[in-house]
Write a protein of this length. Structure first.
Ligand code: ADP
Ligand code: MG
Length: 346
């Protein structure tokens, strides 16, 4: 009988590995293939960076509450984030869409208005794409192209023992924004005349609907003369990205519960949903912040920045990933894929 493996048995990364493991690198110019935030291609003077991400209706967004303009903006931003995660600059994008006749031309124009806004703000050119029909909802795929100086590239690997782990901005806000939107969707289903309850959640809604990529941080670190020794963007949740960094570097790490940067609005909304704010920060996802390591010597350069928080450090080779609580007790870090995430306090 023919073998049949369920996709769920492999998981996302297992599936990618299974599909791609037989491919060999044939070109000298391919510096980094699958497995980092971007592909890295040698083009003489500098490295070219390429990344692609797809947003699918019903999986990554919901037409009931995602304004189309914001959707276009977000589709571009999530790709920019992967270029910044290599310490690069974004230069061009291509955009491909699959649409059903359910969408009007005006609706598609809204999406493109969002993409245009992102391009304008981040100084990126739209240079191509593809348009096709779909029988089952909207799909947007964006490919971003960027560049980085050869001596400045930050891979997921490259860190050494005891280097500091730093995260930008704050965590868990986009996840809590999503919880608020989901709650209001349920209320609306029961009573379409009810007014949505959106008081004191402006910031977390914005983090969910209109995220930004940390171009500012890349410029800031460059101005300080700090090159991260390893870096990744926080798209799936901090815990999951920490595990990726740990694995890519072959190093253990420890992060401190009390150091996690959590915005006040995220904190109070999490509490009102009876969720643990720390769990939201660790596993929420869609933060599009940057997580990176620096040499201990560089600490003085970054220590006064309000945008950067040292949350822990790498430990020794082949060690585990731990979360330390206030009392110093270590628990193994769990990366709970964000859709399996429950509100149980850990
Ligand atoms: P990110 O979260 O940074 O966007 P992903 O987790 O989506 O990265 O992907 C991990 C790696 O696997 C990346 O290098 C990506 O280019 C590669 N990858 C993902 N899906 C495929 C695929 N279907 N075929 C080939 N490579 C893939
Ligand atoms: Mg990434």
């Amino acid at each position: 009988m023919e073998e049949r493996t369920e996709i769920n048995d492999l998981g996302e990364f297992g599936l990618i590995d299974r599909l791609t493991s037989k491919f060999k690198i044939e070109q000298d110019s391919t510096i980094t293939g699958i497995g980092d935030d971007c592909a890295v291609i040698d083009c003489g003077e500098s490295y070219r960076l390429i990344t692609t991400d797809m947003l699918v209706e019903g999986v990554h967004f919901n037409m009931m509450y995602a304004p189309l303009k914001h959707l276009g903006y977000k589709a571009a931003i999530v790709n920019f984030s992967d270029i910044y995660a290599m310490y690069g600059d974004v230069q061009q994008i291509t955009v491909s869409i699959a649409v059903s006749s359910r969408f009007s031309v005006e609706a598609l124009e809204e999406i493109y208005e969002g993409i245009r806004l992102a391009c304008e703000l981040y100084k990126v050119d739209l240079v191509g794409g593809d348009t096709t029909s779909s029988l089952s909802g909207l799909v947007i795929s964006v490919t971003a192209i960027g560049e980085v100086q050869k001596n400045q590239i930050a891979h997921r690997h490259g860190a050494s023992e005891n280097e500091l782990l730093v995260v930008t901005g704050n965590l868990g806000a986009a996840y809590m924004g999503l919880q608020v939107l989901e709650r209001e969707k349920e209320v609306f289903k029961v009573n379409p005349n009810a007014q949505p309850e959106f008081t004191q959640v402006d910031y977390i809604l914005e983090r969910q609907l209109k995220p930004e990529a940390r171009k500012d941080i890349v410029h800031y670190l460059k101005s300080l003369g700090v090159v991260p020794t390893s870096m990744i963007d926080v798209s799936d949740g901090l815990a999951s990205e920490l595990k990726h960094l740990s694995k890519a570097n072959g190093l253990g790490l420890v992060i401190y519960d009390e150091k996690l940067p959590i915005d006040q609005e995220t904190f109070s909304t999490a509490r009102s949903f009876e969720l643990d704010p720390t769990m939201c920060a660790l596993n929420g996802g869609e933060d599009y912040e940057l997580l990176f390591s620096i040499r201990q010597d560089d600490f003085d350069k970054i220590k006064d920045s309000e945008h950067l928080t040292v949350i822990g450090h790498f430990t020794e080779k082949n060690a585990e990933c731990y979360l330390a609580d206030r009392a110093g007790k270590l628990t193994p870090l769990q990366a709970q894929g964000w859709d399996h995430f429950t509100g149980e306090e850990g």
